[in-house]
Design a protein around this ligand. Structure first.
Ligand code: 2IT
Length: 448
């Protein structure tokens, strides 16, 4: 019965949003693991919870017009998907990348609903962005683009309505320009964005929160399996904000990190990526070129492997931190043949559904991104509280709260999976634990 209900809703998504493959992928992944829950709780079907959950409450699409340094008029697409506000104001990042499409924004927004619910904090799910490519753009161009983008976005957001943040291509600099324009338009200094500068409302601890949280989550997985993170050789992908925070915390906890990567290939450093090498990741990012190759020139003993992903390097733990679908079925096979037993997803939807199934069937423990990377948005919510309370929190308090939240998320995933007969399946557990709270809130608020 429930299986048919789930299949009907997956088909409905495909029919309503043809060609939006990333969105179909996440809907299929989440809904499939909810079957035992729907079986035990027929009220969810009766109240059409799934049909309502897969349809965004609002999807705004707009034109962004700006002028480049050469005086040429440029036109981009802008989006904000306000997916679900059952448990709080819409919350989620903005992504600027050339492949941003309605499908990418919907998949990210859908994941965000469950992720935000898992944090235990009062935040709904949303996501936005643009197909603007920040690579190779001057600061002045980025500022003009951000101002043009916010000139439309401002009317749809607000501290109690929808609070965007950064994501790929949107860091502290872009958040600054976006915030400046918002304030100029509305004439109010308020917590409408998170990831702000530390001198003007930003949370001390937000920058590293996503990466730290991922490592706390991986550590809980390892502890559950009787392993010590100190004994782990770790391969991560990416070199952006998430990878950087992950690298810092891995080193602090005594693990050995041997890879980072970019769209150009990966770096293998058998001496370990720590100290000034981790600092160098920030320089790579600030270069605006989106390549990691210069690392190998700077640090002798490391090597750059062009055009490949780091999963071919033997490691005990893999943490993808770059972008969606970076672990495909062939990568999953490589990971298994390397003898690895642990994958903790840092990037949103790091693996295809086929890859997750292969890993799990091969006894690899998978930490799903919607749970493992929730530390970023959790600290964003703490930033919202800091702003509305007109106060400033100490970084030590933030870090302690973050660790508690991540331990709590791991426990919720574990408990929910066990309760519904999945064993230690954190992928199913994250979906179930995230879903139940949102579904109950939707039922209590009536047919809206
Ligand atoms: O994917 C994510 O959770 C984010 N990009 C952060 C969202 C947020 O609102 O901090």
């Amino acid at each position: 019965m429930s299986k048919q209900y789930v299949e009907k809703c997956i088909e409905l998504t495909k029919k309503n949003y043809p060609g939006e493959t990333e969105f179909h992928q996440t809907v299929e992944e989440v809904l499939t693991s909810l079957i035992p829950v729907l079986e035990q709780h027929p009220e969810y079907e009766k109240h059409a919870i799934l049909e309502r959950l897969i349809e965004p409450e609002r999807f705004v699409s707009f034109r962004v017009v700006w002028v480049d340094d050469a005086g040429k008029v440029r036109v981009n697409k802008g989006y904000r998907c306000q997916f679900n506000s059952a448990i709080g104001p819409y919350k989620g990042g903005l992504r600027f990348a050339p492949n941003v499409s309605p499908s990418i924004i919907k998949f990210l927004g859908f994941e965000q609903i469950f992720k935000n619910s898992l944090t235990g904090l009062p935040i709904g799910g949303g996501k936005g962005g643009s197909n603007f490519d920040p690579v190779g753009k001057s600061d002045a161009e980025i500022m003009r683009f951000c101002q043009a983008f916010m000139t439309e976005l401002y009317r749809h957001i607000g501290p109690e309505t929808d609070v965007p943040a950064g994501d790929l291509g949107v860091g502290a600099k872009e958040v600054g320009y976006l915030y400046g324009q918002y304030k100029r338009i509305v004439n109010r200094f308020e917590g409408v964005l998170t990831g702000k500068g530390l001198d003007w409302g930003g949370l001390n601890g937000r920058t590293e929160a996503t990466g730290y949280g991922i490592v706390y989550y991986a550590n809980e997985m390892l502890k559950h399996c009787g392993k010590d993170i100190k004994d782990m050789t770790v391969a991560i992908s990416g070199f952006g904000n998430v990878s950087w925070g992950t690298a810092l915390k891995l080193n602090e906890l005594g693990a050995k990190l041997v890879t980072i990567s970019g769209p150009d290939g990966y770096i293998y450093d058998e001496n370990g990526i720590s100290g000034e090498k981790v600092d160098f990741m920030k320089e790579l990012r600030a270069s605006g070129k989106n390549i990691c190759a210069p690392y190998a020139d700077k640090f002798p003993g490391s090597k750059f492997v062009a055009g490949k992903k780091p999963w071919e390097v033997k490691a005990d733990l893999y943490i993808p931190c770059a972008t969606q679908n970076e672990i495909l079925i062939d990568d999953a096979k490589t990971i298994v043949s390397n003898g690895c037993k642990y994958v903790c997803e840092g990037s949103n939807m790091s693996s295809t559904n086929e890859a997750i199934k292969y890993l799990q069937d091969s006894d690899v423990v998978v930490g799903p991104s919607k749970a493992a990377n929730a530390g970023g948005v959790a600290c964003s919510c703490i930033e919202m509280g800091q702003n509305s309370g007109k106060t400033v929190f100490a970084p030590s308090d933030v870090h302690a709260q973050l660790e508690n939240i991540m331990v709590g998320i791991h426990n919720s995933c574990q408990t929910a999976a066990e309760q519904y007969g999945f064993g230690y399946n954190l992928v199913a557990g994250a979906n179930i634990a995230g879903f139940v709270k949102v579904a109950n809130a939707m039922m209590e608020q009536g047919y809206v």
